[in-house]
Design a protein around this ligand. Structure first.
Ligand code: FDA
Length: 324
């Protein structure tokens, strides 16, 4: 598979932009907020809720962060005005985390405060290992400032995730809210699992640990071994659709959240599984990216993890494996 992905990736730079655009259309809501709103209206009928991501990351000058602060304010205004069941996901490096941490904190605080006024949750996406600790610190800092409507993402592939779960649960108790995924960034074997089976096992262990720690657990995967493990782990703990979260020490149910957990999937990926989970009563959230930088973003993601190229190619060649 690795070779297939690499071959596809090598062909990308010479692939006409309109073809990449045609493929990306399935995964990106469009170049602007109007596209994201249209997708939310369309998918609301499938009992999904949403998290909105403005595409872009790792800025080179602090001035670039202003764009993201203003754009996320527009996203919040749209969610509030149209009463969408949605929250926001943002990448800390787009707010300057790798340039000046205090400016990034101030930028993210502005957005999180505005979101808090309307009980809208803010998720800090997790980027590569350079910012794992500073992203976790950002979350605990916001909670210390009284902004408890914020959480982050942990990556099953990283060895450190077990202690990060404990750190967040220790610092925030029932207010800890974690999206758990495998991790898109291909990290080195010094700090991460690198084989598929090890990554699945580690991600499943992290899901169990989050559930046992009382954290709100957002399970972000399209992979059946993870989804099936999660369903069994929830049932073993007496958690599930229509049941209040029975875990002692867990935070109460918040606006727009599930009973201690939810499932999350990317726009355009395995909609049939998402709809099945929704029909069983589980809260399901679709991650909706939009933005003018869709091309650069898609190419960077493909360079980072050629597996994505293979998934996309497979979903075109064998569409039944991935129904939107
Ligand atoms: P896997 O990659 O094995 O996919 C299972 C199947 O799903 C594939 O066989 C394929 O059919 C389909 N599939 C998966 N991805 C596809 C794609 N892009 N196109 C077409 N089909 C695809 N990572 C991170 O490091 N930081 C983060 O903040 C986040 N945030 C995040 C949010 C949400 C809502 C999701 C779902 C995922 C993330 N991720 C992430 C990405 C995550 O870490 C992981 O890389 C991907 O979800 C792929 O892993 P799966 O567990 O889905 O399995």
């Amino acid at each position: 598979m690795g070779i297939m992905g690499r071959l596809i990736m090598m062909a990308m730079p010479i692939t006409p932009r309109f073809i990449i655009r045609w493929v990306a259309n399935r995964y990106v809501a469009g170049p602007d907020l109007a596209g994201a709103m249209e997708v939310m209206r369309e998918l609301s009928a499938q009992e999904a809720c949403f998290t909105i991501d403005v595409l872009g990351e790792e800025i080179t000058t602090l001035a670039e962060a202003d764009f993201f602060v203003e754009e996320y304010a527009r996203v919040l205004d749209a969610i509030i005005a149209e009463e969408f069941d949605a929250n926001i996901s943002l990448k800390p490096t787009a707010f300057g985390l790798l340039i000046d941490e205090s400016s990034a904190i101030a930028n993210i605080e502005r957005i999180t405060s505005k979101a808090a006024e309307h009980e809208i949750f803010v998720r800090l996406d997790m980027e590569d290992h350079r910012v794992t600790q500073s992203t976790i610190d950002l979350v605990t800092k916001m909670h210390e400032l009284g902004l408890t409507n914020i959480g982050t993402v942990l990556q099953g592939r990283l060895f450190r995730t077990e202690s990060d779960i404990a750190e967040l649960a220790g610092a925030l108790a029932g207010a800890s809210d974690v999206r758990i995924c495998k991790g898109i960034y291909l990290e080195s074997e010094q700090i991460a699992h690198t084989g598929y089976h090890d990554i699945v096992k580690a991600t499943n262990r992290a899901i169990d640990q989050l559930l046992d720690a009382g954290s709100y657990t957002a399970i972000a995967s399209h992979d059946m071994p993870i989804i099936n493990h999660s369903l069994a782990a929830l049932s073993q703990r007496g958690m599930g659709p229509g049941v209040s979260d029975p875990r002692s020490g867990a935070g109460g149910r918040r606006k727009g959240k599930g009973p201690g957990y939810e499932f999350q999937m990317l726009l355009g990926v395995r909609g049939n599984i998402r709809r099945k989970l929704a029909s069983q009563g589980h809260l399901t959230r679709v991650y909706i990216p939009y933005g003018s930088r869709w091309y650069e973003y898609s190419m960077r993601r493909l360079r980072e993890n050629p597996d994505v190229a293979w998934h996309i190619a497979k979903s075109i060649i064998m569409p039944w494996t991935n129904r939107r």
